[in-house]
Write a protein that binds this ligand. Structure first.
Ligand code: TXA
Ligand code: MG
Length: 322
């Protein structure tokens, strides 16, 4: 931990970032989904430092990021063929696989569970850091616990400045929402967190049904209601209500539709009506509006179709209850 957090760039600063990891420190770095806060997953104190920097409860398990499919068996045991099939197809990419853990993998990483979640991220920066450090890197999203996930280095610094060793600025995360997490330990795999890779594709690949478990109530952060919240209250509006609404100066809007009444500059962000682009820009839009100290951010409701499933899941977590 350092009072100010240096911004590094790869490949020039790879040796510096690797030295931080080897010293048991935390480094924020881009993945294709969101920025992760990485530390040596085999070093108990380094993993504890992640929890401390994020102010995250110790019971919430972390994803271990690896740089090759061959590394899966270092961390996991009894790996079923369906896990290899999905890894071959989607890695490097936004898919995380829950598997039985090897006995040596620390409870600090897994939150005391007998399982470990593995992912190979599609980010050259991240992969080169894993290879240079020679270890798997535990990495949750690089934000304070319950705050909005970061999709660029500036977002990371909003909540973790001064609390981490460095941030590697690799530009914008291209996917923009967190990976799909699938439990592949059972014959019928189960989605634990919906994400960029949809249930239909997974079911097609595996020629089987895929279930979805609403993980609510479990002490894992992605399943804690209201997890991804900005400081500003957020409310959802249907398109109908939106078309009638007049906004005050202190209110902001994220919409899909064009909005006819002018809002002050920078207070209305219209996002794409395709889920892929909407997902890429969603957290950034929240960050932009949140830093303006508004009284409320309104978000236009999303279509209720399969392709918007993961985004509806994230939206339900940012919208204030009641
Ligand atoms: O896209 C992503 O997955 C990003 C980037 C940085 O890779 N990471 C991310 O990590 O979103 P995090 O810590 O914010 O969310 C990881 C989720 C946890 O909320 C939990 O639901 C699940 O992974 N998880 C990890 N290990 C688990 C385990 N052993 N059992 C059940 N769930 C687990
Ligand atoms: Mg997170």
């Amino acid at each position: 931990m350092q009072p100010t957090t240096p911004i590094l760039h790869f490949p020039n600063d790879l040796a510096q970032a690797t030295a931080f990891i080897k010293a048991g420190e935390c480094v924020a770095i881009k993945t294709e989904t969101v920025y992760g806060l990485a530390a040596d997953a085999s070093n108990e104190d380094a993993v504890k430092a992640i929890f401390k920097a994020k102010a995250r409860p110790a019971t919430n398990p972390l994803i271990v990021h690896i740089a090759s499919i061959a590394d899966m068996k270092k961390w996991a045991r009894d790996i079923p063929s369906r896990a290899y099939l999905l890894a071959e197809k989607y890695w490097p990419g936004p898919l995380s696989l829950l598997l039985k853990k090897q006995p040596w993998v620390s409870d600090t990483v897994t939150g005391g569970q007998d399982t470990v979640v593995l992912r190979m991220p599609a980010s050259n920066d991240f992969l080169s850091l894993i290879k240079a450090a020679g270890v798997g890197l535990a990495a949750p999203s690089a934000n304070k616990y319950k705050f909005i996930s970061p999709t660029c280095a500036a977002h990371v610094l909003t909540s973790l400045h001064g609390r981490i060793a460095a941030v590697v600025d690799g530009g914008r995360a291209e996917v923009g929402i967190e990976s799909t997490i699938v439990d592949v330990t059972e014959e019928t795999p189960c989605i634990l967190r919906p994400g960029p890779i949809g249930r239909d594709s997974l079911a097609r690949d595996l020629h089987t049904d895929i279930t979805f478990k609403n993980n609510e109530g479990l002490t894992v952060p992605g399943s804690v209601l209201q997890h991804y919240q900005p400081n500003t209250p957020v409310k959802m509006l249907t398109q109908n209500v939106l078309s009638q609404k007049r906004f005050t100066k202190s209110e902001g809007l994220i919409s899909l539709s064009p909005y006819i009444w002018p809002l002050e500059k920078g207070k209305h962000i219209q996002l794409s009506s395709t889920p892929k682009e909407y997902g890429r820009d969603f957290y950034d839009a929240l960050h932009q509006l949140d830093k303006q100290g508004l009284s409320c951010i309104y978000i236009e409701a999303l279509p209720n179709t399969d392709s918007w499933f993961a985004l509806n899941n994230r939206l339900s977590r940012v919208v204030a209850l009641g």
